[in-house]
Design a protein around this ligand. Structure first.
Ligand code: HEM
Length: 505
């Protein structure tokens, strides 16, 4: 009885909070001076519209963006401005970089998990991490080490798919690719083996689950206006979030301690992984670069590298099943470029040189990211009043978001066939032609453009070349609708179920 009473009290508190938010928004709608002012972006609704359309969030934003290139949704304290205008995007991400930051809103939401990591911080902290990480990412050592890991893991990927193919089993390719990318980023990040793909490490599976649950629950904070109360009372989603964050932090902390001990024992080993290189760097400034700081850096890299590439590859395979002629065209390019008698020899031959020759594959991956950007919506917070290049006013504290998902589908940006999957649009005489990063915004743009872009393309190419060379993929159930779950990245809801048919040599 007492338990039921507690549940009732919690639900009543949450409903009351929602009701207060709703009233606050109503007051704002009827009294807000800027609501009908044409100098401000048109109001398309309130943030409650996001909650009501949660399951089709990006379709909803696309529909509104088709009517207004820039619009806003009212929130309690500020406006949430959304834009698909490349001029505005260049302004917030580059020309007025210092005026648009990650902001306290995002930091308040993401801090519990990502602490002081590169994704969340601004100013001096960001500059220091960016400088260090850019240097590491440009080294030949990291490039060679990571490609070597991608190849070794690609062999495991092919072997796993081969077993399912022989048994005629359905494969959840997204699940497998998640494991592939987590094993890879873990090895490149920490120099440690997680072995998720082989399923030999139950600790690895528990870590993935805790990490995934944590990121979904953090994302929910954008939608749920009652999350702060839940956190304060340690109830509902927030109670489960707190438990998961604790587990993830403890896990990473242990990896760091182990690495430190290992490095002290083996003075002369090659410091190829990112953590070892940051640990060496930390000796120069041990007070600032303490274990917690290193934990935040590494967690941010896992977030950056795991879901983005695995999700993109999943949508890529989905597109190839929907467009079998593109699948065959890629296989033709693979056969023309890379040879090898055994799987090991073939994968070993996916050298940097070979990857660079594969223009059509590069185009097909970019086309996937145009329609299914791994980060579908991203934004910045205005630190001062401003006017966007399209003439609309922004108030200090407003968030300005760009909708990458909508942009890829807009005919005013990509032409009448914007919604079609056409790798050819990226090619000129068979050679890949890059687009302006403010138009093709999947990797962000300006000084904070994705640091792992080349790294990600190499990883995605090595995995897809290996899989497509040995198998033809088709959807296990053509009738099953494929949709996304709205989180930080574009995740296929319920996985992507495929059949892999062995290709003759
Ligand atoms: C298809 C794969 C990927 C896509 C689409 C992608 C996209 C993005 C986007 C949109 C951002 C901007 C986030 C923001 O500041 O709001 C970003 C930042 C970043 N990405 Fe990626 N990413 C991918 C893979 C990777 C990988 C594999 C790594 C590293 C292992 C990586 C490392 C980073 C880092 C460190 C930043 C932060 C840069 C900064 O704030 O200065 N990314 N990425």
């Amino acid at each position: 009885m007492e338990f039921l009473y507690a549940i009732f009290t919690i639900l009543a508190t949450l409903l009351l909070m929602l009701f207060i938010c709703f009233l606050a928004l109503l007051v704002k709608i009827f009294t807000g001076k800027s609501i009908k002012n044409p100098k401000h972006p048109p109001v398309a609704g309130t943030v409650l519209n996001l909650l009501l359309n949660f399951n089709r969030l990006y379709e909803y934003l696309t529909e509104v963006a088709e009517k207004h290139q820039t619009f806003r949704l009212l929130a309690q304290d500020q406006s949430e401005i959304y834009t698909t205008d490349a001029r505005n995007i260049q302004h917030i991400l580059k020309s007025s970089f210092d005026m648009y930051t990650k902001g306290q809103y995002l930091q308040g939401i993401a801090n519990d998990l990502f602490g002081q990591g590169i994704f969340v911080v601004d100013g001096v902290n960001w500059k220091q991490q960016r400088k260090l990480a850019s240097f590491e990412f440009s080294t030949r050592m990291l490039r060679d080490f990571s490609c070597d890991i991608f190849r070794k893991n690609a062999v495991k990927l092919i072997t796993t798919v081969s077993q399912s193919s022989m048994a005629n089993d359905i494969i959840d390719i997204q699940d497998l690719l998640m494991k592939y990318s987590l094993d890879s980023i873990f090895k490149v990040g920490f120099g440690a083996d997680l072995n998720c793909m082989e399923g030999s490490n139950s600790v690895g599976s528990t870590f993935i689950k805790a990490f995934d649950d944590t990121t979904s629950l953090i994302y929910w904070r954008y939608i749920d206006p009652t999350w702060k109360v839940q956190r304060l009372l340690n109830i509902g989603f927030e109670a489960s979030l707190a438990k998961n964050v604790k587990y993830v932090h403890r896990f990473v902390q242990e990896v760091i301690s182990k690495k430190r001990d290992q490095m002290e024992m083996q003075q002369n080993n090659d410091k190829e992984d990112i953590l070892s290189r940051f640990l060496i760097e930390s000796k120069k400034d041990p007070d600032k670069m303490n274990d917690q700081y290193l934990r935040d850096i590494i967690l941010n890299f896992i977030l950056a590298g795991k879901d983005t590439t695995a999700n993109t590859l999943s949508w890529f395979f989905y597109m190839l099943c929907k467009n079998p002629q593109v699948q065959e065209r890629i296989v033709q390019e693979i056969r023309e470029t890379i040879e090898g008698n055994s799987i090991d020899e073939f994968v070993e031959n996916t050298t940097d040189e070979a990857l660079e020759k594969m223009h059509y594959l590069h185009a097909a991956l970019s086309e996937t990211l145009r329609l299914y950007p791994a980060v579908p919506v991203d934004g910045r917070c205005a630190e001062a009043d401003d006017i966007l290049p399209d003439g609309y006013k922004v108030k200090k504290g407003d968030n300005v978001y760009y909708i990458a998902y909508a942009m890829g589908r807009m005919t005013n940006i990509w032409g009448h066939d914007a919604k079609d999957f056409k790798p050819e649009r990226w090619l000129n005489n068979g050679c890949f032609q890059p687009e302006s990063p403010f138009k093709f915004i999947a990797f962000h743009a300006g000084p904070r453009i994705c640091l792992g872009k080349d790294f990600a393309y190499r990883q995605m190419k090595i995995a897809s070349i290996g899989l497509l060379r040995y198998f033809r993929f088709k959807l296990a159930d053509e009738k099953r609708a494929v949709a996304y779950i709205p989180t930080f990245t574009l995740h296929v809801n319920g996985g992507l179920h495929l059949l892999a048919i062995s290709r003759p040599d």
